[in-house]
Design a protein around this ligand. Sequence first.
Ligand SMILES: O=C(O)c1cc(=O)[nH]c(=O)n1[C@@H]1O[C@H](COP(=O)(O)O)[C@@H](O)[C@H]1O
Length: 229
Amino acid sequence: MSDPVIVALDYPDASQALALADRVTPELCRMKVGKELFTRAGPGLVEALQERGFDVFLDLKYHDIPNTVAGAVRAAADLGVWMVNVHAGGGQRMMEAARNAVEASANRPLLIAVTVLTSMSDEDLAGMGYRETAHQRVMRLASLTQDCGLDGVVSSAQEAAELRAAHGEDFCLVTPGIRFAGDAAGDQRRVVTPRNAMDAGSTYLVMGRSITGAEDPLAALKRVHAELA
Ligand SMILES: O=C(O)c1cc(=O)[nH]c(=O)n1[C@@H]1O[C@H](COP(=O)(O)O)[C@@H](O)[C@H]1O
């Protein structure tokens, strides 16, 4: 099985991100570059991680008109990233434009859609005027994502078992909101342990602060692998 752990490099600059990368190995994890780091450090940081042997998940959660998202996804594919994502809330035409863009690229990254952010509770959705619970909305957006031909979704691991049953073995389930038992949830609202997430059917575990905030990130990563063994 390919390594399921993706470390979220939520750092304010390239030097801190590369310092973390140099303390772990590509055999134990892939790397996620998100909005803060990419805005500060740009494509050069992605290339530096790739040169060190890491697969990079470019987590910029594109959400715009179809033509703009297609162009952004094409640019990500040209960077050679392993995975890129969009918001499923951008709708069918946007997701289809993104899929066409990756399919036309020489290096086809996995294309994933964010359903409902793991920081969102049912109350948050109600406050935005949605009548669905987070769970119902995840299920509906995941179906739309699969119908649009994308490779999978980002969701809480709390939805993984039902998503796996509904969408089959090949649909990628990328699950953030992962915490060791007893760790602080922070701003996350729907958290799950690594073992429970994999048992529920997750394909990839996105782990940020539980690894990057650990005194010994390599030991924390090994702890995840031990939990999964
Ligand atoms: O797309 C994501 O990766 C993502 C989606 C989501 O619904 N929730 C979520 O937390 N994330 C990302 O996953 C990481 C979680 O970090 P920690 O909460 O520190 O483990 C962050 O980089 C978030 O941007």
